[in-house]
Design a binder for this molecule. Structure first.
Ligand code: URA
Length: 167
């Protein structure tokens, strides 16, 4: 199967979450963030106080599953990027979370490691973009520490929540 996985969630939401590409489960269901790491990220968003049903539209840089889940090539990214830009424009959210280095590099056109830029806020044409670690990376860490990548991401997402709800 190789389905087109465009997006899911509230197209009127204040938050867009952009991942890298669909995996096997996303390809099967035709929806982003429904596999193991996607569910993990959705849970993190909720734990941070973000209502994923009311506030969030989910999508990816790449709209179909790369063979054997390999990293998307620069050529694939440049073909899919205009669709992502249009999606963000149509939803017109307050905040965009860039989950992982592919989403961060595609949108911000930077070449720094995600560990240097995560949690920082970039304002482009009135929308705030915040990179975070990719959820599949976070799965490796303990959920009981505040200064490991998991704890830092929780802090980043709480900051996103504060921006969404003007806290
Ligand atoms: N699920 C997705 O759809 N994208 C990711 O980047 C990770 C999980």
């Amino acid at each position: 199967m190789n389905r087109l996985v465009v997006g899911s969630g509230n197209i009127f939401g204040n938050l867009v979450v952009v991942g890298e590409a669909p995996g096997a489960q996303e390809d099967l269901e035709g929806k982003p963030f429904v596999g193991k790491s996607g569910k993990f990220l959705k849970n993190l968003l909720e734990v941070s106080g973000i209502n994923i049903y009311e506030e969030v539209y989910f999508c990816n840089v790449i709209k179909c599953r790369p063979p054997r889940n390999r990293k998307p090539t620069p050529n694939e990214i440049s073909i899919h990027k205009p669709w992502l830009i249009q999606q963000i424009k149509l939803v017109n959210p307050k905040v965009v979370v860039l989950a992982g280095s592919t989403a961060m590099k595609t949108i911000l056109e930077v070449n720094k490691p995600i560990s240097k830029l995560r949690g920082k806020c970039f304002n482009l044409e009135g929308i705030e973009y915040i990179p975070i670690f990719h959820p599949s990376y976070l799965l490796r860490f303990s959920q009981n520490e505040i200064n490991n990548p998991y704890g830092l991401t929780l802090k980043d997402l709480q900051n996103v929540r504060n921006k969404l709800y003007n806290l």
